[in-house]
Design a protein around this ligand. Structure first.
Ligand SMILES: [Zn+2]
Ligand SMILES: [Zn+2]
Length: 247
């Protein structure tokens, strides 16, 4: 089973991928299933820059494509940024649209630092604690299928930091997602940015496994066609085929 459940295409403001090109490439590379997961970023600062996407239009577009493809399964999804902060608004936009996958992710800290873009300097321990607490609030309060890119702030680091003091919060996150049957995404976008591991790293995944976690998702988080499939081979087999979203 070869799949990628985190890809951005033409309905994401920051992606240059044409969905049809992605489908061609995925068929070439023998994928069984891919999920398009366009951004739903609703914080005021994001709305000011990008506006609200038309989810109905996007959903219809993917549906129309689904009807033309037989070589692979195309899923429709969204990545809701900072869902717990914009929950009511996000729920109202998602209502009545039957997406296959809802990803939840934290992009902003309480102090407005955007941790999804290259950081000017490394985060303080306090900011890292805040980052994980935001993730805990997200998974506790929002209905999502997948927790996306946990540890995203490390993507621009060049070595793996010691996060031992944050393990108790990370374990709380894992307890909640296990209880709520939310899959943990292994995101390999970090590898193409020079970070020496996918995220969460093996030692963080061990914490999840030790608590009984078994549901994994896998995502390239590609925004450019040449990034799709890149470094996918570096994910250990035991994780890369263990989660399949059931329609
Ligand atoms: Zn993201
Ligand atoms: Zn993404």
């Amino acid at each position: 089973m070869k799949f990628d459940y985190h890809i951005h295409t033409e309905d994401s403001y920051d992606s240059s991928i044409k969905t049809i090109d992605l489908i061609d490439r995925a068929i070439q590379l023998k994928y069984d299933e891919i999920a398009i997961t366009e951004h739903l970023d609703l914080l005021p600062i994001e709305m000011k820059s990008y506006g609200a996407p038309s989810l109905k239009h996007y959903f219809k577009r993917i549906n129309d494509l689904q009807n033309t493809i037989s070589e692979l399964t195309l899923l429709s999804g969204v990545e809701v940024g900072d869902y717990h902060i914009v929950k009511d608004y996000a729920v109202s936009l998602l209502e009545g649209i039957n997406f296959d996958l809802i990803l939840g992710s934290v992009h902003f800290l309480s102090d407005q630092t955007n941790v999804a873009i290259p950081l000017k300097k490394q985060l303080s321990e306090e900011q890292i604690r805040d980052y994980y607490l935001q993730n805990l609030a997200l998974v506790s309060n929002c209905d999502i299928d997948v927790l996306a890119h946990l540890g995203v702030y490390k993507r621009c680091y060049n070595s793996i930091p010691v996060e031992r003091i944050h393990y108790p919060i990370i374990q709380d996150i894992f307890r909640v997602i296990i209880d709520r049957k939310i899959a943990l995404e292994i995101n390999y976008s970090s590898l193409r940015r020079g970070y020496p591991s996918f995220i969460p790293e093996q030692h963080i995944l061990e914490l999840y496994l030790a608590l009984g976690g078994q549901l994994f998702s896998l995502g390239s988080d590609a925004h450019f066609i040449e990034h799709f499939d890149l470094f996918r081979d570096s994910i250990p087999q035991e994780f890369s085929n263990s989660f399949r979203y059931h329609l």
